[in-house]
Design a protein around this ligand. Structure first.
Ligand code: SP5
Ligand code: ZN
Length: 350
């Protein structure tokens, strides 16, 4: 198992999130990457640098105008000359052009930077600062490098990246995610010649962004086990069991919402269902959206999965017998993060 990382992913330091109207310290911190890296290196995992890639795959999974916006919005905000307490040196949108506002009217391109800030953003907890683009783009490079390694014959490659990606939609950022690293890895595997690719999302939250990107795709399966959004958890609006894809992608999405406090038994039976669905789909490679925030100690989720449950999660996915690209998503309990990831990777290695 090779670990791919980039020091550039540390550049994103949002420092805060506006959560239900309250400015709170952000939980998606750079130290997440360094604690995982240190634990994996101590455990003997080989570590390689992410290699730079062109934007082609990135622009296949995201609308190019969205990618351009993310690249430029911080500089525009700074050039806007807002007083420092406006957003406290972070891009904080205040108007969102949702259907509730537009009501079917033709959308005009807004002039003001503070209006444009809401164009491709869907919540208030995903702030953009000076290092956000650099880190998010480096995370994409890490995911794509891991996909290259799998295509070259590695059984398991792991992208140790942040910010996470699975909440990033074709043209929207949110949920602490900016660019969809796992979607890029899946598309890269397709481009490398794997005819069918399954994404198994084990982050505690539903990967609404990944689901949306592949919603109509017959060649990419998206399966997720996650805390039931109907029980009041992010992303609230998406991630229900009746979402199964559409058009030629009908049947290539599978959601398994889990009741809070269910523990290992419900989690592992969901993982077995996802594994079996990926096998039925005929997958030739698998991308694991490897969040470890379903863990018992995690502050962001109530799922209470144990450390051995994570190892077993890896073992179940490994039994597909296809190359695996694992991409880091959430996981916020710094003292246990490294162990949870290492155990999952050991399981994935079979
Ligand atoms: C990738 C990922 O795991 N995204 C998670 C996004 C959901 N986080 C939502 C909840 C944020 C709550 N933070 C509470 C801090 C309270 N002081
Ligand atoms: Zn999560």
């Amino acid at each position: 198992t090779t670990v791919v990382w980039s020091a550039e992913t540390l550049a994103h330091a949002p420092g805060a999130e506006i959560w239900i109207g309250v400015r709170t310290p952000g939980t998606e911190v750079a130290e997440r990457v360094t604690v995982i890296r240190d634990e994996l290196v101590a455990g003997g995992f080989p570590l390689v640098e992410a290699a730079p890639h062109e934007d082609e795959v990135l622009r296949a999974v995201h609308e190019p105008a969205f990618v351009d916006h993310l690249r430029e919005v911080w500089q525009q905000w700074e050039d806007g000359g807002y007083p420092p307490d406006y957003g406290q040196d972070r891009v904080v949108p205040y108007v969102f052009p949702t259907e509730a506002m537009l009501a079917g009217m033709p959308a005009h391109h807004p002039v003001a930077t503070h209006a444009r800030a809401g164009l491709y953003c869907y919540d208030t907890m995903t702030l953009v600062g000076p290092g956000t683009w650099q880190a998010a783009r480096a995370a994409v490079d890490a995911a794509q490098t891991a996909a290259d390694l799998a295509a070259a014959g590695k059984r398991v490659a792991y992208a140790l990246c942040r910010p996470p990606g699975h909440h990033a939609t074709p043209a929207g950022y949110g949920g602490s995610c900016y660019l969809n690293n796992a979607a890029v890895a899946a598309q890269a595997l397709r481009d490398h010649g794997f005819a069918k690719v399954a994404i198994i999302d084990v982050d505690a939250h539903h990967g609404n962004g990944t689901q949306a990107i592949f919603w109509e795709r017959p060649d990419v399966f998206y399966g997720s086990a996650h805390v039931d959004p109907g029980a009041g958890w992010f992303p609230h609006y998406v991630g229900f069991a009746d979402e199964t894809g559409t058009g030629s992608g009908q049947g290539t999405t599978l959601n398994i919402p889990i009741t809070p406090e269910s523990g290992d038994a419900a989690w592992l039976s969901a993982l077995t269902r996802l594994r079996d669905a990926a096998e039925m789909f005929g997958t030739e490679a698998v991308v694991v959206s490897l969040g470890v925030d379903a863990a018992a100690d995690d502050p962001e989720s109530p799922l209470r999965v144990t450390t051995s449950g994570y190892r077993e999660t890896g073992t179940i996915i490994a039994s597909l017998g296809v190359p695996v690209v694992a991409v880091q998503e959430g996981g916020y309990h710094l003292p246990s993060l490294g162990t949870l990831v290492a155990e999952t990777l050991h399981g994935l290695a079979g």
